[in-house]
Design a protein around this ligand. Structure first.
Ligand code: ZN
Length: 388
């Protein structure tokens, strides 16, 4: 006997691990603004992918993170430890810098495609009001599970926790159980760039967050967060979400065409869509393999994330210094067109760079508001019936 409400993570036929595409399709149906923004974001990503547009940023970008732990007080284990959270941050910093120890398992035919994405993550040290924080909020909730359909973990009004400003922080919600629109238990979901700020961020079930504590095999090596933050930075699933038809694409050139998601921890190679002899790149973070079976992003994926960071998420290039710990080893700031400062250049250079990124941030906001007014004009023109 099976109970539809019980987690079933072992049968691939009824398994969906990630709810990101479902949320994406919902937003496309709900919002013309989202449709328009997604078109702009995809066009920009294509220009980076085909290298008609170069990457401006240099050095390592550090993204401030706030983790919202939503837990049921009846089960104290749900109120996960700082250690488990920090373990997750450490894993992200390995995975996005290609310094994860298991990167050595990438098949020899693809080692030259492994990318150091030059992105790191830190728990925020100051909250939106400027007060010191450990970058973690804790919210008691009696809800048994949260859903992608309602996005209910993202608001205190629906039993979750409100986000911090999504221009300045990556919001990560961790809760006990997540379900998709048809009730399947999933590991997590993200909102692609271009969506509503009030629901921006990623959500991860506590059984697949970080290491130790509530994390359970085979999802106990922190790769769900790597995958979901990949989406948050605009990466698609590696098989192109085409249900095995071989017609879809992840919009990245250096990942092979692949029929469908890969589960568990299969041997290399796995062939589909006539992609032999090397087959599917199932060890990519954007597949559905077990945590121990995924260990790489490609250069094409890194370029796509850069397109996002220099476009829809450009605010993080100018993230206010307050969100990060005060004493940072350099480089701490990645700025378009500027080399990250070396240790020897001292505080003066850092201050100059911070002024520069503030200027760029204002320019970006100005460009956004001009775009909004153009959009409004187009909308009102479209509303006037044409003569004839
Ligand atoms: Zn996904």
């Amino acid at each position: 006997m099976t109970d539809a409400n019980q987690p079933n993570l072992t049968n691939p036929r009824i398994r969906e691990l990630c709810g990101t595409m479902e949320v994406h399709r919902r937003l496309l149906n709900e919002s013309i603004t989202y449709q328009e923004r997604r078109a702009l974001i995809d066009n920009r990503a294509l220009a980076y992918e085909h290298e008609t547009r170069g990457i401006a940023r240099r050095g390592v970008l550090i993204i401030p993170v706030v983790v919202h732990v939503v837990h049921n007080p009846a089960d104290p284990s749900q109120d996960i430890s700082v250690t488990q959270i920090q373990n997750q941050i450490d894993i992200l910093n390995q995975d996005f810098r290609a310094s994860n120890p298991d990167v050595t398992q990438v098949p020899a035919v693809w080692t030259d495609r492994v990318a150091d994405c030059n992105i790191e993550f830190q728990l925020a040290s100051q909250d939106p009001d400027g007060n010191p924080t450990e970058g973690i909020t804790r919210t008691p909730s009696t809800l048994q599970f949260f859903t992608t359909e309602l996005d209910d973990v993202k608001s205190s009004a629906t039993g979750g926790a409100d986000p911090w400003p999504s221009d300045d922080y990556l919001n990560v919600w961790v809760c006990n159980e997540l379900r998709d629109a048809i009730g399947r238990v999933i590991l997590g979901y993200a909102q692609f760039p271009g969506g509503p700020p009030t629901t921006d961020g990623v959500v991860i079930a506590n059984f697949c967050f970080g290491t130790g504590g509530t994390a359970q095999p085979p999802f106990d090596l922190g790769r769900t967060a790597t995958h979901e933050i990949g989406h948050w930075l605009d990466l698609r699933h590696i098989w192109g979400d085409d249900r095995g038809s071989c017609s879809g694409s992840d919009l990245v050139d250096d990942t092979p065409n692949q029929a469908d998601a890969t589960f568990n921890n299969p041997p290399f190679p796995q062939i589909s869509c006539n992609n032999g002899p090397n087959g599917n790149m199932f060890m990519n973070y954007m597949d559905y393999t077990d945590d121990a079976a995924m260990f790489m992003f490609t250069h094409g994926q890194s370029r796509r994330m850069d397109a996002c960071l220099e476009g829809a998420r450009a605010s993080f290039l100018a993230a206010p210094a307050f969100a990060l710990p005060a004493a940072q080893p350099t480089p701490t700031v990645a700025t378009p067109g500027a080399i990250a400062p070396s240790q020897a250049q001292g505080d003066g250079e850092i201050v100059r760079l911070r002024h520069e990124v503030e200027r760029l941030r204002r320019d970006y906001q100005r460009a956004e508001s001009i775009l909004d007014s153009i959009r409004a004009t187009l909308d009102s023109d479209a509303a006037i019936p044409s003569g004839g």
